[in-house]
Design a protein around this ligand. Structure first.
Ligand SMILES: NC(=O)c1ccc[n+]([C@@H]2O[C@H](COP(=O)([O-])OP(=O)(O)OC[C@H]3O[C@@H](n4cnc5c(N)ncnc54)[C@H](OP(=O)(O)O)[C@@H]3O)[C@@H](O)[C@H]2O)c1
Length: 265
């Protein structure tokens, strides 16, 4: 069996093209949709994520701005900025790019986001609504995984999805999203983590395997069932002698079995 690569870039373009007329319709009604991002410090991955979001906004006519603070900014300073953005009607959406520096309590900062502007679905209110199946903003990465599956012709309905990773950012909300009794979900979900004995025993039972582990090469060929759909959420630096520096989208070991399955680029 040869691998079918799920073309994430093509799906992202499709989503943007669907959003474009909706943004135009809002603008025609005199509403200029606005997204504010708070970026603290200059972690290269975070800078790249935020830059991508701003680029996509510009592409389809959403007004956007990145509010940058130095890595040493105090927690109160960050919260003050979040509250200022909350109070500004120009900003319909607010993202606080995570992770925040170690001296900052992320939960306290996230709790300061106005739930009505919490477009990244990070606020406890948003996550509680997600759990209960109520309308809410969906967290971006889990929603992206769901969209990749549905739009690539691998809907999770009735499938066994095994998620490696249980962070509040990816693993937990993805599990909750995919277990909902609704179209595009309705999966049987197993969540694995560092206390899971014999990880391979679980991954080998996956129709859909999601790696969100934060470490490159943790999933090897022997851990993937032939024909399984694999979504690799991880963005981890791996050494590459041919390049100065590399940030590779890979929690997966480069392996024949993995190649036989469906990988994200
Ligand atoms: N593509 C995107 O848009 C996007 C967005 C966000 C994050 N990411 C990437 O996705 C990855 C995960 O991010 P995160 O924020 O979820 O990371 P995280 O907060 O570090 O969580 C990692 C999770 O993986 C689990 N884990 C670690 N090693 C494991 C192992 N050997 N076996 C099973 N589980 C293991 C941890 O278990 P414990 O809970 O037991 O510690 C934890 O739940 C990172 O590479 C990150 O850069 C990508």
């Amino acid at each position: 069996m040869t691998a079918e690569i799920i073309d994430g870039q093509a799906i992202a373009t499709q989503v943007l093209e669907e959003l474009r007329p909706r943004v135009q319709a809002l603008r025609a009604r005199g509403v200029a949709p606005g997204l504010a991002a708070v970026l603290v410090g200059d972690d290269p991955a975070s800078v790249a994520y935020v830059r991508g979001k701003m680029r996509d906004c510009a592409e389809i006519g959403i007004t956007s701005e990145t509010f940058r603070l130095p890595a040493a900014a105090s927690q109160q300073h960050i919260i003050d900025l979040v509250r200022k953005i909350n109070a500004d009607p120009a900003w319909h959406g607010l993202i606080v790019q995570l992770p925040l520096p170690a001296h900052v309590d992320e939960e306290t900062v996230i709790a300061a986001i106005d739930p009505a502007r919490d477009v990244d679905g990070a606020h406890p209110q948003s996550q509680g609504c997600l759990l209960r199946g109520l309308p809410t903003f969906l967290p971006a990465t889990p929603h992206g995984v769901q969209q990749l599956l549905v739009r690539s012709g691998h809907p999770p309905e009735g499938k066994h999805v095994v998620i490696c990773g249980r962070s509040n950012l990816v693993g937990k909300p993805l599990a909750v999203l995919l277990m909902q009794k609704r179209p595009g979900a309705n999966a049987t979900v197993t969540v694995c983590h560092t206390a899971t004995p014999d990880l391979a025993a679980h991954t080998l039972r996956a129709d859909i395997l999601v790696a969100a582990i934060g470490r490159a090469g943790a999933i090897t060929a022997e851990m993937v069932r032939e024909g399984a759909v694999v979504i690799d959420v991880g963005i981890n630096p791996v050494p590459d002698a041919t390049r100065k520096s590399v940030v590779a989208p890979s929690a997966l070991a480069n392996s024949p079995n993995a190649r036989r399955s469906h990988l994200t680029p």
